[in-house]
Design a protein around this ligand. Structure first.
Ligand code: HEM
Length: 252
């Protein structure tokens, strides 16, 4: 061991000596105040964290999921109201389209975060997943409708736009991937498909979210940080699911 590291290690305290022989021989009998202090801090931190997540989980268990549908559509109603009353600026259709698209993407990120939040932070929001997932679909559908009915208008241009503009093609792909998820987000479908097939089908949320993020990145002009952050977060959240699967395979 280089002399400098040895000195650093020794300066921590005699019971934290770097010599493993010394550590082994004295550890069971001599209490190290520094280590005890560190362990106490770590234990207190863990207890506090567990306490906070348990408090949140208990509170969440008491809150029903259904009000989320009502709260979730309020921003859409507000946006439409603003659009109809001249509150969305000089280009209300574009602002409405963008506002709905942004909400859809934010909800998609939230729905992707639910499993990692439970796994890594112990936060259980599973009971809200279906409501948030359906809200994603509502927002994407409204976003698409604004594009079809208010933006493009001419039916002949719709197909041409889907084929010619890559960001529309990718957005449309995301929308199509979300359709089977929205249709099967109910207990009857879960029973009919069985949990294994249902879970497999619902993995479509990963390519759908990635397509949504890519769609946003493709449509902005020039270099902008926001779509990059959205896509990075989506990829990270999807990656956590992949790591989980590989680890469980490795563990047999
Ligand atoms: C999961 C599906 C989708 C998501 C998450 C999504 C998300 C977004 C987001 C975040 C924006 C940009 C908002 C902003 O600039 O602040 C946007 C814009 C837009 N999206 Fe989507 N979108 C999706 C599907 C679609 C589909 C299916 C279409 C049409 C076929 C579409 C057409 C557009 C258009 C035309 C814009 C506006 C572009 C502009 O600013 O000129 N999107 N979308």
């Amino acid at each position: 061991m280089p002399a400098s590291s040895f000195m650093n290690a020794v300066s921590v305290g005699p019971c934290c000596a770097p010599n493993p022989e010394i550590v082994v021989s004295i550890a069971p009998t001599v209490a190290c105040p520094a280590r005890q202090f560190k362990a106490a801090i770590a234990a207190a931190g863990k207890t506090l964290r567990m306490g906070i997540t348990e408090t949140i989980n208990t509170a969440m268990r008491r809150i029903p999921a259904w009000p989320l549908y009502i709260l979730g559509v309020l921003p859409a109603i507000w946006l439409v109201w603003l659009g109809a009353t001249g509150g969305l600026g000089a280009e209300p259709i574009k602002a409405l389209e963008q506002g709905l698209g942004k909400k859809a993407l934010q909800l998609l990120v939230l729905v992707l975060a639910i499993t990692p939040l439970r796994r890594f932070a112990g936060l259980n929001l599973l009971k809200f997943r279906r409501a948030i997932g359906l809200l994603v679909f509502i927002y994407v559908t409204l976003h698409l409708l604004v594009w079809l009915v208010l933006d493009v208008q001419a039916p002949g241009r719709i197909w041409a736009d889907i084929l010619k503009r890559p960001y529309i093609t990718v957005g449309m792909t995301a929308f199509l991937l979300l359709i089977p998820l929205a249709i099967t987000s109910n207990n009857r479908s879960l029973r009919k498909l069985g949990p294994v097939r249902w879970r497999k089908l619902h993995k479509l949320v990963f390519p759908a979210a990635i397509s949504g993020g890519v769609h946003y990145l493709m449509l902005v002009k020039g270099w902008q940080i926001k779509p990059v952050i959205y896509l990075a977060v989506i990829l990270l959240l999807v990656a956590t699911r992949f790591i989980k699967r590989r680890r469980s395979v490795a563990n047999g």
